[in-house]
Design a protein around this ligand. Structure first.
Ligand SMILES: Nc1ncnc2c1ncn2[C@@H]1O[C@H](COP(=O)(O)OP(=O)(O)O)[C@@H](O)[C@H]1O
Ligand SMILES: O=c1ccn([C@@H]2O[C@H](COP(=O)(O)OP(=O)(O)O)[C@@H](O)[C@H]2O)c(=O)[nH]1
Length: 240
């Protein structure tokens, strides 16, 4: 039996809100969330420190609100609140799975969750607790992908793992262009200049400047998270 050690000590996992929907049209699919949490538990048990940034697209997206005439910043605050709901659901499922999860919010709603305080987050990670970062960056006009890049840099994560419905970065959106092919790896500059829509340019630029690599992989594919953590070739690596 091989007792290979994980390739990373501390990771930042970005889960899209839509990933939580499973096959539902919106909201949180319980079976999907439980399965994801099982995969997170597996890497947590290997001794890997795990922080999570959760999206909110399954409940509300600021862009959608803005497009129907709402004030964009107000719609974005609604989107951030949606991520808090997802964070609570995720942390609850983690606790049921035997992990200890702590939700930290970028906007103050202290009766619900504790505020994000960087040293506290670092302390939780050292203790082996899973930290779930809620409310994105706390600012409108940003995304949770950018929050993942920001928190990843702040906590000194070795890698940002973007778990999504596709299994990597493609030459074009594979849901729209069936002839698109997947990159094994590419640089941040290539990703930005080719306008690859998998993540927003702000997130890519932040990770590029901080030399924080991102691995994009499928959350639907069983065992993929563990393979990434073990340093195996899975999905697409975006690097500086
Ligand atoms: N070049 C690309 N390679 C891979 N996926 C892409 C690309 N361009 C756009 N996408 C889309 O990005 C989505 C992944 O981003 P994600 O943040 O998980 O989704 P969303 O923003 O819809 O919640 C994929 O489902 C895919 O449709
Ligand atoms: O720093 C942030 C992060 C998120 N949002 C809002 O929250 C919504 C949900 O986040 P996102 O779309 O990134 O979620 P995901 O695509 O991962 O489901 C976004 O559309 C924005 O409206 C925001 O305003 N600032």
């Amino acid at each position: 039996m091989s007792l290979a050690a994980p390739a990373h000590k501390r990771i930042l996992l970005k889960l899209s809100g839509e990933a939580l929907m499973g096959d539902d049209a919106f909201g949180i699919n319980r079976a999907t969330i439980v399965r994801m949490v099982e995969e997170i538990a597996e890497v947590n048990q290997l001794g890997v420190q795990v922080a999570v940034v959760i999206g909110g697209g399954n409940i509300f997206r600021g862009v959608a609100g803005g497009s129907v005439g709402m004030d964009r910043a107000t719609a974005d605050y609604m989107g951030m609140l949606a991520t808090v709901m997802n964070a609570l659901a995720l942390a609850d499922a983690m606790d049921k799975q035997g992990m200890t999860a702590r939700v930290m919010s970028a906007i103050a709603i202290e009766q619900v969750v504790e505020p994000y305080v960087r040293p506290k987050a670092l302390q939780y990670l050292e203790e082996g607790k899973v930290v779930v970062f809620a409310a994105g960056t706390g600012n409108p006009f940003f995304t949770t992908d950018t929050a993942a890049a920001l928190r990843g840099a702040e906590i000194g994560a070795e890698l940002v793992l973007k778990a999504t419905k596709v299994d990597g970065v493609y030459t074009a959106d594979p849901n729209k262009d069936p002839s698109a092919t997947r990159y094994a790896k590419l640089t941040f500059d290539e990703a930005i200049s080719r306008n690859l829509g998998i993540m927003d340019a702000t997130a890519f630029a932040l990770c590029r400047d901080q030399k924080l690599p991102i691995r994009v992989f499928s959350i639907v594919k069983h065992g993929a998270l563990k393979r990434v953590v073990m340093g195996e070739d899975e999905g697409t690596l975006v690097y500086a």
